[in-house]
Design a binder for this molecule. Structure first.
Ligand SMILES: *Cc1c(COP(=O)(O)O)cnc(C)c1O
Length: 379
């Protein structure tokens, strides 16, 4: 019975069982050679990820939040500079902007694809604007071609937050494809365990094709050090440890297979919910592949708490990514914004619900989940 085996939002244990031998060996090798910091596994993973992404430089670091912070530091952003980002995102994106004394300028997102609204970006560009941070939310890319055109016109940096979309392809109008995170000035990702490429602890990376910027990123991540014990700028200490790199090296080989499994689950959900007027299934962007970090529905005329309670009574977990818009969070309150300024974000925060999404979902489980959701909708 499917109900006896606990359904999880993310099933990392079953995924691990299938790659156990290789992962265990990778971890054991690190312990055997005691190269815990900057060991061979880190270099090897870095090279593998550069090849996978077709990007010149990958700079591993300690987590996705650090990746964003290091990127903004290396780009020389200074207090007073304005950075435009999506209101509908995980807090980390705006947090580092605030932490560095920069001014976060929040903008609304698109209703069906959840990505940053291009017109809203353009409207908010001022002489103080220095960077745009598009967030490839839930696993598909923002409209990078339009964002890059705006950035070029106004001479802005583009810092892609690719924490949820590692492996997604952006498809340009002429048909060329590039991996999410390799299009802007710099891309920042997270290897948090539940992310599409997750390690067994914290991890992150920054990507760029710019040699000079890569050197700065490495320097900032490493105590602002240019040579041993020579410190040119005030930096941070942010490293991917060797054990995590060993895990990631194994999992990277499976990333595309994992994305395919996530897409099969998403297709199953889409089909099951297609006839239900109370559910809006997530739209696929035309210019991006989707790696379904999350499968997120919008509810129409349904009490979300009641639905979650009903699902929970059937042992079906669900999550709300994200319940409160950033401009309503105490940490980001500003005279700039008031309730009602971000109609799409505010509506999404009130109406979205994410269902279990991971690499190990089978049809039996998916049917159990969709039957549960539909039973509530049809009541
Ligand atoms: C997870 C996440 C981050 C932060 O990553 P950590 O590794 O947890 O620091 C940043 N941005 C987005 C959109 C995320 O989902």
């Amino acid at each position: 019975m499917v109900t006896e085996q606990k359904i999880q939002m993310v099933d990392l244990k079953s995924q691990y069982e299938k790659i156990k031998q290789e992962v265990d060996k990778g971890i054991q090798d690190v312990i055997n050679n005691t190269a815990f910091i900057n060991g061979p596994a880190v270099k090897e993973f870095q090279k593998d990820l550069e090849d996978y992404l077709k990007v010149k430089h990958v700079i591993p670091c300690a987590n996705g939040t650090d990746a964003l912070q290091i990127a903004m530091m290396a780009l020389g952003l200074k207090p007073g500079d304005e950075v435009i980002t999506a209101n509908f995102t995980y807090v980390a994106t705006a947090e580092v902007i605030g932490l560095l004394g920069l001014t976060p300028v929040l903008v609304d997102v698109n209703k069906n694809t959840f990505d940053i609204n291009i017109e809203a970006i353009e409207k908010n560009i001022t002489p103080k604007t220095k960077a745009i941070v598009p967030v490839h939310l839930y696993g598909q890319c923002c409209d990078m071609e339009k964002i890059m055109a705006l950035a070029k016109k106004h001479n802005l940096f583009v810092i892609e937050d690719v924490a949820q979309a590692l492996g997604a392809d952006y498809i340009f109008t002429d048909g060329t494809r590039k991996k999410a995170g390799t299009i802007g000035t710099v891309g920042c990702t997270s290897f948090f365990p539940s992310k599409n490429l997750g390690c067994y602890g914290d991890g992150g990376a920054i990507y760029t094709n710019d040699d000079e910027l890569a050197a700065k990123l490495r320097m900032v991540a490493h105590h602002g050090q240019s040579k041993q014990y020579v410190h040119d700028v005030v930096g941070v200490n942010s490293r991917l440890d060797s054990i995590q790199a060993a895990v990631l090296k194994v999992k990277l080989k499976h990333l595309d297979t994992y994305a395919a499994a996530r897409n099969r689950a998403a297709d199953f959900y889409d089909k099951a919910f297609a006839g239900c007027k109370k559910l809006i299934t997530p739209a696929r962007a035309k210019n991006s592949t989707h790696v379904f970090h999350q499968y997120t529905l919008q509810l129409v005329g349904i009490n979300r708490d009641a639905l979650r309670e009903f699902l929970s009574s059937k042992n079906i977990p669900s999550m709300i990514y994200y319940p409160i818009p950033l401009h309503m969070q105490n940490a980001f309150k500003s005279d700039r914004y008031k309730s009602g300024d971000f109609p799409v974000t505010e509506k999404l925060c009130a109406n979205v619900i994410s269902l279990p999404m991971h690499t190990e979902l089978n049809e039996e489980t998916l049917k159990y989940i969709t039957d549960g959701v539909l039973e509530f909708c049809n009541k």
